[in-house]
Design a protein around this ligand. Structure first.
Ligand SMILES: Nc1ncnc2c1ncn2[C@@H]1O[C@H](COP(=O)(O)OP(=O)(O)OP(=O)(O)O)[C@@H](O)[C@H]1O
Length: 531
């Protein structure tokens, strides 16, 4: 092979080797090795200008030395700042280098063996943009013979070209990733927003607390983690649990509700686990438990704070394995359910008092959700009132138009110890007494006067409240028996309705009246006026 052909061959080999590298670190490794080999240079380093343009970094030096291999471009205690500033290559003697006290630069000298001379060569892209610096170190000054070679210029050009292309590729990848991330974010926040809006038709309220809660419900619905909903009685925990099911991928599966406080302790285990035929005397048929029924769906354990300790341990085991054994069964069964639990009790305090298992609490509380009491979200009052009026109209076929601002003001001053359930009852009472097409007025609002009585005046307040609430005169003052009887009847009805949280069917049944008659009497006596 002729000399020229040999050189050409070397050049092509070198070019292929450089082009083949898929990322910057391997490009740098290949380029420095090639320079050391081709030009018989003792040591070669590549310093990369950081994206910010503020510092140069030498990864290869960082790998062999303990010092920080970063060179601030404004720090003239190393020679690279000068090279960048002038944009020209320069030679540097080791003796001159020793006078510079930059620790990174000293480490570079150290790692370059006995080099007496350095050549600092800026590497620039076609656009003129500086990419970094090529540093060659050798025992003696050999530079004029090297840098004048076309092969050296070729290596530099190719290195710069590949380097710039790699940066551009990284930049594009980065841009694409950024774009994708922002699109994903946009998409997920958009989908959370639209689902939250859907949820707002059942979990009503315009307050910030309610909007936050809805977004949390939507996010939690997307996971399989157990959710513990805490909040005062009547504040909407049941609705939250339903929302978690409705917006989960189990929405087509069953939603099984167990009220741990409503089922006697002795029956609760049986309800949950079920039993086989003949498991105990009287078990003449097998019964599927609620755990099994919840397979593929959501199991909602309401009032979990009331679950007996013995059952808590069993539940914990089920939650860990999703396996359980019905009473009398030989085999364990599997049920794939998502657990949602709720309580109005302060579970932390129950744990301290020994009434609730700490390990179960942690198992349930993977996603904690707290529903704020109604008195702390007054912005929800108006939307909730309108929601309940609309529900009333749909149910009864007619009802009031809306609610007056005075009535809303009165509601805003009430503390609502019974939360939204209490508000719903108050609004429904008011609906009953408001002619269709009118707005609800303050006089029709049946608010529990006890709720505003100061604790120290509670007893006196209670007596007064009964009189105010009932409107029944003391017996000795009665001068019209018919009116007094009617007042008494109205007071009993109002009291009973209150007792049943406004459930007219239950109140009517407990008084031995048909529901229609009760509704008629409410209208006739204008129940709230009796208060
Ligand atoms: N944000 C709301 N939007 C619409 N209705 C609501 C809202 N919050 C509560 N309600 C209504 O108030 C009543 C009580 O709510 P819910 O049963 O969900 O309360 P809870 O916290 O589960 O009560 P408890 O602690 O007694 O079980 C229900 O009729 C429910 O529909």
């Amino acid at each position: 092979m002729g000399q020229m052909q040999k050189e050409l061959h070397t050049g092509i080999e070198l070019a292929v080797a450089l082009i083949r590298q898929g990322d910057l670190p391997s490009l740098f490794r290949e380029a420095t090795t090639q320079v050391e080999r081709l030009f018989a240079v003792d040591h070669c380093w590549l310093l990369e200008l950081e994206h910010s343009g503020r510092a140069l970094r030498c990864e290869a030096l960082a790998a062999v030395s303990a010092v920080e291999a970063t060179f601030d471009c404004r720090d003239f205690s190393h020679p690279f700042a000068h090279v960048l500033q002038q944009g020209q290559p320069r030679e540097l003697s080791r003796a001159a280098g020793y006078r510079l006290d930059h620790p990174g630069f000293q480490a570079l000298l150290e790692a370059s063996g006995n080099a007496d001379s350095l050549w600092l060569q800026p590497v620039c892209a076609e656009t003129g943009k500086v990419l970094g610096i090529l540093v060659m170190c050798h025992r003696t000054t050999v530079w004029p013979g090297i840098v004048s070679q076309p092969l050296f210029q070729g290596v530099l050009t190719l290195l710069a070209f590949q380097w710039a292309a790699e940066l551009q590729r990284n930049d594009q990848v980065w841009q694409r990733r950024l774009l994708k991330r922002s699109l994903d974010q946009l998409h997920s926040s958009e989908s959370i927003r639209s689902r939250s809006e859907q949820l707002a038709t059942t979990l009503v309220g315009g307050s910030v607390a309610m909007a936050d809660l809805r977004a949390q419900v939507i996010r939690a619905a997307g996971s399989q983690l157990s959710v513990l909903i805490q909040g005062e009685t009547g504040c909407g925990k049941d609705l939250v649990a339903r929302g978690l099911h409705q917006f989960s991928n189990r929405a087509d599966g069953p939603f099984v509700v167990v009220n741990c406080a409503a089922i006697p302790d002795s029956l609760l285990e049986n309800e949950l686990f079920g039993h086989t035929k003949g498991a105990f005397s009287g078990a003449d048929r097998a019964k599927q438990g609620l755990l099994a029924q919840a397979d593929g769906g959501t199991l909602f354990l309401d009032e979990i704070g009331d679950m007996p300790m013995s059952l808590q341990s069993k539940l914990l085991r089920v939650l860990e394995t999703r396996q359980f054994r019905p009473l009398g069964a030989q085999q364990e069964q599997h049920s794939d359910f998502r657990l949602v639990a709720a309580t109005h009790q302060p579970l932390q305090a129950c744990i301290r008092d020994g009434g609730f298992r700490r390990d179960l609490f942690y198992r349930l509380n993977q996603v904690p959700l707290t529903v704020t009491p109604l008195r702390e979200r007054s912005d929800d009052l108006e939307p909730l009132c309108r929601h309940f009026i609309r529900q009333y109209q749909q149910r009864e076929g007619q009802g009031p138009m809306g609610i007056s601002s005075q009535a809303l003001q009165v509601l805003a001053g009430h503390p609502f110890p019974g939360n939204v359930r209490e508000l719903r009852n108050v609004v429904e009472f008011a609906c009953l007494q408001t002619p269709a097409g009118d707005d609800i007025q303050p006089e029709t609002l049946w608010l529990d006067p006890l709720a505003v009585v100061e604790p120290e005046h509670e007893e006196a307040g209670q007596a007064a409240a009964v009189a105010v609430a009932s409107g029944v005169p003391p017996t000795r003052d009665i001068d019209n028996l018919r009116e007094a009887s009617q007042a008494f009847e109205a007071a009993v009805i109002a009291e009973r309705l209150r007792h049943y949280n406004g459930n007219r069917a239950q109140a009517a049944e407990s008084l031995g009246l048909p529901k229609r008659t009760l509704a008629h009497k409410c209208q006739k006596y204008n129940v709230s006026e009796a208060g």
